[in-house]
Design a binder for this molecule. Sequence first.
Ligand code: ADP
Length: 344
Amino acid sequence: MSTTANAAAAGSEPLLLEVDDLVQRYTMPRENLFRPAPQVLALNGVSLRLRAGNSLGVVGESGSGKSTLARAVMALETPTSGSVKLLGRDLHRLPAEELRRARRDFQMVFQDPFGSLDPRQTVVRIVAEPLTAIGRVGGAEQRARVAAVLKQVGLRDADMDKYPHEFSGGQRQRIAIARALITHPRLIVADEPVSALDVSVQAQVLNLLEDLQDEFGLSYVLISHDLAVVEYLCDEIAVMYLGRIVEQGRPEDLLNRSAHPYTRALLEAVPQARPGRVRQRRGAQVIASQAKGSTGCDYAGRCPFADAGCRAVAPVARRVGPEHYSACHHAETVMTLPPLTVEV
Ligand code: ADP
């Protein structure tokens, strides 16, 4: 959605992250010897801009490409085409040694605080791991930095020599956040950071992320299937469907003047009380839909507004408000629908 690039470009802070026309194509295992291996376009031309100190939420159902986008932004996987620039450096074209050093500027927090912390390592080793990875800092200084960062996330010095199993889910996510913070990054990519946590703990972790942002001027790319989570923390939200950004704008625009029927469907799926949970759909459907090779809108098959024009011509993203973009032929009609009363 290249035009959405302009929303952040209009601000005054320097550009932190620039994602241009990112494509990620996966080849699936062959189902039939006489047919070509099926392919899935996990990212189908994604473009984004993020200014320093701002945060972007990425929402969509399971299989829409959110984690693939996170892995590409974190340079954990090389995209088929397109670029990811952080502070002007094209991460996928940096020599390995430069990329290793650049990693201090961007860190990741994963969904599952149970799976992402090595159970055999003490907290001090887990949290210091990114420092070790960029090749500096040992011994006493390392412990001092770990102690400082544990304090920032609400844990104690005494927690340093414990093991992950000695902590609750929320505390483990705090450890994961401490690990991400220790290199003083500019950007944290958080992939479903609270969805594995109890509802009562989710708000505490989101509050912590917000406090850390205020204190350190951090930026987040916050990935969630839950609009309520990203609305809380983000200045801008991108809605993904089948590897594309179909709507992007400020949270209030998306919630009150949705300009894409898919965004409305996500909002309708949010229960009236927190936590918002969107019904999950799996990737098989994604592949089936893309395999048809239709030239029309990917959402037409599920869309109550779809007409012959939608089935014939894929809509391109266009501006529908000051910082609001939609890839829907019927955006203006959708925007006139009464807002959904969603409690977030
Ligand atoms: P989300 O995070 O929104 O659930 P993903 O990025 O995990 O979506 O997946 C997007 C699509 O790409 C899905 O159809 C998924 O099955 C497919 N996919 C993701 N990673 C791989 C992979 N390593 N190999 C093959 N297909 C993949």
